[in-house]
Structures are given as structure tokens and as C-alpha cells.
Design a protein around this ligand. Structure first.
Ligand code: FAD
Length: 349
């Protein structure tokens, strides 16, 4: 707190201690920045970063050369290296993308083509009593414990992390980047806005569209404990990856997320959605029974558009690009965080 004396010009500030802010703290301190992380809540990782599938994506779906494709593929490699070196729970379990109809088969062909150079090939493997006429296997997909990841990124960084610090009034001023915390003004050399759902508010940009995704837990003896995740084939540029079968590092199997546009943040799971989840999953898990599903949790994706595909959007401000806002930082944001941070460290070098 001593370093937050208001007349002083502070070094690099990171707003938000989700996975993006934590990755920024880790990477920017490694490249020589002195970093303070400012988090509004009393703990790290309580926003989007703790309400997701926890999947280490391979980068199969995104348009080649998009930031999502590039950061996800690079982030996948950086993330596996980090979790192995830092004892973060993870599993390189792989994933199957399955199809039962001709139209879905064509979607698999498109994905295989789009994914190059990521390893992805047709397989006859059918674990979990899976029904699939065709299946693609992605060996570089895995799962990670997202909260443990955020904590380890912060612990292994040289950054100072301050909680209960809600930032407002962010702007570039004559001496640096100006901001306020509870009515006190501060000025910093550089600031990264990683405030998740609040990032556009701080950036004074149009708000994100909120795409809620709910999850149901499934309890069944058919699952192969260390087996792969299972995703349905989806059309090009679908707003979500379809209701898939995923597993957390504690060994619980989950179905989700669906997509529901909401006006305000709310994280309750409507039990009435169970029928839709069951219908989506029974197509590839034919043994599934409705009563095996239990409401679990929900998360909210910060989407830049409702009706079209959008890339991650880093927006720089100031003569020296000393303020950067990360907008639309939705999936595959968990996987991409270390690559996004590497980009910024290079940019500010
Ligand atoms: C349903 C769902 C499933 C997903 N699945 C995956 C997946 O399997 N794999 C994957 O790679 N990605 C996935 N994602 C995307 C990934 O979870 C997000 O991209 C990532 O967690 C975003 O991290 P963040 O740090 O930007 O945001 P957050 O985790 O929300 O962190 C933002 C932080 O900023 C703080 N904050 C907000 N306002 C202020 C303020 N004014 N001052 C100070 N602090 C503030 C918040 O308290 C919060 O801690 C999924 C997302 C969702 C919603």
C-alpha cells in the first residue's frame, strides 16, 4: 500500500486479478517491469476465470491469423509448460469432436482443414460408450484448474497484488495514465485494463453483450476416468462450441455451456434447461438418463457482438501506447492469457 502514495508516479499497473491480469503480472515482471495488480474483490480469480470449462484449447476453430488462433496456439504451449513447472493440476486428456450426420461430417472436414498445423485426425476410438459415426481427435487439448492457475501465476510473479481496490476514471493524462480508487487519484507510467466484464466501462467503450453459459454435472459409471473430452461438430463461426462433455481436475464430469443472452450478471442455473442439455448430449451419449444431470454453475462470456464472430480486441491509447484495454476477452481466453501477456511485454520492450 505504501507504493500507492498518490503524488508518486507509479510503475506498471494491472487492473484485475483474473487469468489475464495474473498472466500479465507474471510475464511483465519477468521482462523487467515493476508491477502492481489492483483487484476490486477480496480474492483473485473470482470473475470469468473461475466460471468456465477449464479447457486448454488447441486453437482448432478460429480463423487462421486471427488473434484467437495465434494466441490460443501459442498460449497452449506456454500454459502446458507453466502448469508442468509450477505444480498446477492439469491433464493432457485430449478431446474428440464427434459427428453422426452427413452435414456434421462436413463440419469436421472443415475443422480439420482450418486447424492446420494443429494435430487433428480421424479416429476409431470410442470411449465413454460414445456414439459417433465419425470422430476427430485433438491430442493437444487438455484441462487445468483455473483458480490454481491464477494463484500460481500471481505467486510466481514479482508483482504486488492489492485487493479491495476498485479502479475508476481511467484515462491518459499529461504525466501518465490517471485513475481513481475510492476518490483518490493516482498516476502510473503504464496501465493494462484486464477487468473482464467491466473492461469496456473502464475504457469508456460500448458494453459487452453478456452471453451466459450454464453447466450441469453428470454422474455416470460409463465415463473413463482419464478419458478425453467430447465436443459436438458445430457450424463455422458458431457463437459457442456447443454443449460438450468436459471434466474438471477434481474428476467431476460436466455438460455445458449453453448460450443465453442476458442483460445483467446472474449466475443461477435454471433447472428447466436440463431437457435441452439432455437432448444435446444424448445424441452422442446414448446411455444418458435425464436424472443423471444436476445443475452445477454458470459463467458469462464478454462478447463484442451478438450476431457476428469477433476476435479479441486489445485497444491501445496514448502517444506511447501506455494504456491498453483488453476487450471481448472471452473463450479461448484462459488458454491464450500467457500469449496475450507475451505480446504486450514485446510491444512495451
Ligand atoms: C462459460 C465460459 C466457458 C469458457 N471456457 C473456456 C475454456 O474452456 N477455455 C478457455 O481458454 N477459455 C474459456 N473461457 C474464457 C475464459 O474463461 C476467459 O476469457 C477468461 O477467464 C477471462 O479472464 P479475465 O482475466 O479477462 O477476466 P476475469 O476472470 O473476469 O477477471 C477480471 C478481474 O477484474 C476485476 N475487476 C473488474 N472491474 C474492476 C475494477 N473496476 N477495478 C479493479 N478490478 C476489477 C474482477 O473482480 C476480476 O477479478 C470461457 C468463458 C466462459 C464464460
Amino acid at each position: 500500500m505504501e507504493r500507492m502514495n498518490s503524488p508518486e508516479i507509479l510503475p506498471t499497473l494491472v487492473i484485475g486479478a483474473g487469468v489475464l491480469g495474473a498472466a500479465m503480472a507474471h510475464t511483465l515482471t519477468q521482462s523487467g517491469h515493476s508491477v502492481i495488480v489492483l483487484e476490486a474483490e477480496k480474492r483473485a480469480g473470482e470473475g470469468i476465470s473461475s466460471r468456465n470449462s477449464g479447457v486448454i484449447h488447441a486453437g482448432i476453430y478460429y480463423p487462421p491469423k486471427s488473434l484467437k488462433a495465434e494466441w490460443c496456439q501459442r498460449g497452449n504451449r506456454l500454459l502446458y509448460a507453466f502448469v508442468q513447472e509450477n505444480a498446477v493440476p492439469f491433464s493432457a486428456c485430449g478431446k474428440l469432436i464427434v459427428a453422426n450426420q452427413e452435414a456434421e461430417y462436413n463440419q469436421l472436414l472443415w475443422l480439420k482443414d482450418n486447424a492446420l498445423p494443429i494435430p487433428l485426425g480421424f479416429t476409431e476410438w470410442r470411449p465413454h460408450g460414445l456414439q459417433a459415426r465419425w470422430a476427430l481427435f485433438s491430442p493437444s487439448t487438455g484441462i487445468v484448474d483455473p483458480i490454481a492457475l491464477v494463484q500460481r501465476l500471481l505467486e510466481t510473479s514479482q508483482a504486488e497484488v492489492l485487493y479491495n481496490q476498485e479502479v475508476s476514471h481511467l484515462r491518459v493524462g499529461p504525466l501518465g495514465v490517471e485513475l481513481e480508487i475510492e476518490g483518490t487519484r493516482y498516476c502510473a507510467q503504464r496501465v493494462v485494463n484486464c477487468a473482464g466484464l467491466n473492461a469496456p466501462l473502464l475504457a469508456q467503450k460500448p458494453p459487452h453483450f453478456l452471453a451466459k453459459g450454464s453447466y450441469f454435472q453428470v454422474t455416470a459409471s460409463e465415463f473413463q476416468a482419464d478419458g478425453p473430452l467430447v465436443y459436438p461438430a458445430i457450424p463455422k463461426h458458431s457463437p459457442s462450441l456447443g454443449i460438450h462433455l468436459t471434466r474438471n481436475t477434481a474428476g467431476q464430469w460436466l455438460l455445458g455451456p449453453d448460450i443465453e443472452w442476458v442483460e445483467t450478471e446472474n449466475y443461477g442455473v435454471d433447472p428447466a434447461r436440463q431437457t435441452d442439455f439432455f437432448r444435446a448430449a444424448v445424441r452422442y451419449l446414448p446411455w444418458l438418463k435425464m436424472e443423471q444431470l444436476q445443475p452445477a454453475y454458470a459463467g458469462i462470456r464478454p462478447k463484442r457482438f451478438r450476431d457476428q464472430w469477433a476476435d479479441f480486441l486489445p485497444v491501445f491509447e496514448g502517444e506511447h501506447q501506455q494504456l491498453v484495454h483488453f476487450l471481448g476477452y472471452e473463450s479461448p481466453g484462459l488458454t491464450s492469457a500467457l500469449a496475450a501477456a507475451e505480446m504486450l511485454a514485446d510491444h512495451w520492450r
